[in-house]
Ligand binder design. Sequence first.
Ligand SMILES: [Zn+2]
Length: 320
Amino acid sequence: MFWVGGRWMASFDERKNYDITTRIHSMMCQFMKRKSSRSLQSCAGVSFGTKVCRNQASRLNLQAYSFNLILVPLSRRLLLQAAGIAAGSLVAPKLLSGRAKAAEAIAPTLNTSLDACTPPGDPIKALLERNMKFSKVWQALGDGVSPRERMALKVSMFEEGCQIDRLALAEGQRPWAALISCADARVAPEWIFSAGSGELFQVRVAGNSAFDDGIASLEYAVAVLEVPLILVLGHSGCGAVKAAMSTAPLTPLLEDLVKPIRSSLKSSDDLTQAIEGNARYAAGQLTKRSAVLKEAEASGKVLIKSAFFDIKSGEVSLLN
Ligand SMILES: [Zn+2]
């Protein structure tokens, strides 16, 4: 599998695109605004579990709503209920008309801004190159380094970096890679891959397992945001994997957390082998448990890989 024209296998239709949630939010608010003499700030009162379309802060709710729209199309009635719009409105057919039409309405300048940090080539290669930059700085940050030198080293990690315009980020997101990584404080993807806001879509949980809500989040990343890569990142000294290997008693919730890790363990594993096996297992679970991700991988829309992060060296290596 290789990276061509912004997609794996070149089979993905134009990535020109957009954040559909922003588009839907805009359409709904514009409609409601027309329906009412009230301002956009008050185009609310819509019940869908929580209120939607109240103002900018409501966008998150709309994102969850539009996610349903993409993956599990809502009935017209439910859609109208969700929008607080009377049956007979023309809004529902517009909303259901598909991503292609929705994409047309996004300003090209917005897309350009959101893509400002997207690497032009293979995203895996880009992640590893960014990590190489990080690991060099990480290794240089020893005890003998003065605070001034330390600051200079940290700045050097980002000095050639880009910055996505904050106003564009306020309107949408177009991350170029997604990760499942551990909740461990030493394993922050933006740090490890020298990345800024809006670049990496992240699911984090102790032990980097593929849990239901995490998989659902990745379905959103792939189906809606068109992220072309999912990387499951295990790391050295992972406490969750240690707990899974131990017979020490855990709380009921922690028992649940380590269950998938235990499923990946082999009796002969040492800690590093167990961590690597767990990352591979979690990557395999994504397509096993999600039809959306399975189809996306089969059609070349997304590549799913696993990797190991060594905290001491700061280096990330891909797993087979
Ligand atoms: Zn961990």
